[in-house]
Design a binder for this molecule. Structure first.
Ligand SMILES: [Zn+2]
Length: 427
């Protein structure tokens, strides 16, 4: 077996997929979700040692390691990544993650562009982040690399620095004056709806474009909190095939099922302040409203969190810009802490409470219309007029009433057929 074959076989398989994404970091890839998962301990090891091992592991392609580095930069902060790269550099492994992405050869530390989401067709913002300011030597090409891999390692570039690294020795402790713009947006799409859910909303955000200017008495810090709240709902069918009911005129409602439909959409005030049971039927438009309610709340929480973080930062002092730099992740954590505390369990109570009157109005309208006999009855296998009268009125003796109302349709009252559509006289 040749050396080349062996290397190829050991390589992880997602190569083609990673190639398109490489150093692109989407806002949703490193936000609150990661924080949650880190807390619950399910997200893997983000220690320095683990990252250094992973980034230096040459079984991954250069592109894959670039993507990992970009992710580390976003999840752990550029400072952490910079230290990891410095360690790799000392170990002679830094070529492993030489960032050679031509789109990053810019003076701006972060490059934003809009991209159309392929699945939902909506626009979303893609943020290219430049994680650290090392000039990394070109990789010494391994003999067994494929031609494709060789073309991937062209054009190393200097990665622009986000924060200045000035050191002011002997400076006294100066005040910090931080001002961060709140750059928020709500976007449909960009989240994966979990298997059992009708919809989902997920916020993610980063402090970015940070500039620090040290004057005689102050560190002036500017930047922005880029915060995206993604939400989405299912279309047409619910997670277990539940049927969407737009209103009381919906063609899926019949005299056979109107009671079930109405019951499914009736808010249960004992369950999360008005969650409707939705066992066989749901309402897509009211679910959209529900998720947008969450999204609007998240935007408020983000704004409050940013204020808390800014006030906290401005109560600190620093001797050097490096000191300020180490305070910034702590400030950012305060934003997330507030968001997590604010959502809490009552988040669903608030959202279902908001939707409850609309669900109730729809359920009531369906019930009224059903009881008025305004939905057709569709004859089921095994039905007789007697059984239908029991089903509709709770009284088999009223079969004549149904028969009289359907004289054109029913020739012989003892002979009805599955699929026949009958008028239902009002109760
Ligand atoms: Zn919800």
């Amino acid at each position: 077996m040749t050396k080349r074959k062996k290397t190829k076989r050991n390589q992880p398989r997602q190569k083609a997929k990673m190639k398109q994404k490489d150093t692109v970091v989407t806002p949703e890839s490193g936000g609150l979700e990661d924080l949650y998962e880190e807390r619950s301990g399910s997200h893997g090891d983000y220690s320095m040692a683990s990252q250094v091992t992973r980034l230096g592991d040459k079984r991954w392609s250069v592109r894959q390691r670039q993507a990992m580095a970009a992710n580390v930069g976003q999840i752990q902060g550029n400072h952490h990544l910079q230290r990891a790269v410095a360690m790799l550099d000392q170990m002679g492994k830094s070529s492993a993650i030489a960032l050679d992405h031509s789109e990053l050869a810019s003076d701006e530390p972060a490059v934003r562009r809009a991209e159309t989401d392929e699945t939902s067709g909506t626009l979303r913002q893609i943020v290219h982040r430049i994680p650290f300011n090392f000039q990394i030597p070109v990789a010494a090409r391994a003999e067994d690399e494929t031609q494709e891999a060789q073309s991937e390692t062209q054009e190393p570039v200097v990665i622009e620095e986000i924060l200045p690294t000035e050191e002011l020795s002997g400076a006294s402790l100066d005040n910090i004056m931080g001002t961060f713009a709140y750059n928020q947006s709500i976007q449909r799409g960009g989240v994966t709806i979990r298997a059992s859910d009708f919809g989902f909303t997920l916020p993610s955000g980063r402090l970015s474009n940070i500039r620090i200017v040290h004057t005689l008495s102050h560190f002036f810090v500017t930047g922005e909190f880029v915060y995206v709240v993604n939400w989405d709902v299912r279309t047409s069918l619910g997670p277990n095939g539940e049927i969407d009911i737009e209103d009381e005129e919906d063609a899926d409602i019949t005299a056979n099922n109107y009671q079930a439909v109405s019951g499914d959409l009736t808010p249960n005030m004992g369950d999360l302040n008005g969650r409707p049971p939705r066992t066989g039927f749901w309402a897509q438009d009211l679910t959209e409203r529900h998720e947008q309610f969450h999204a609007t709340e998240y935007v408020d929480f983000g704004r409050q969190g940013l204020t808390v973080a800014q006030n906290w930062l401005n109560a600190q002092t620093a001797a050097t810009t490096d000191d300020v730099r180490t305070l910034l992740p702590q400030a950012q954590n305060r934003i997330f802490q507030l968001i997590i505390a604010a959502e809490g369990a009552p988040m669903e109570q608030r959202a279902y409470g908001d939707g409850a009157p609309l669900y109730k109005a729809r359920a009531d309208a369906i019930k009224r219309k059903g009881e008025a006999g305004d939905y057709f009855y569709i004859v089921q296998p095994g039905d007789s007029l007697w059984r239908i009268a029991v089903h509709l009125y709770g009284d088999g003796r009223r079969w004549r009433q149904i028969y009289r109302a359907n004289r054109d349709e029913i020739i012989n009252p003892n002979l009805i057929h599955p699929g026949q559509i009958l008028f239902v006289p009002p109760k």
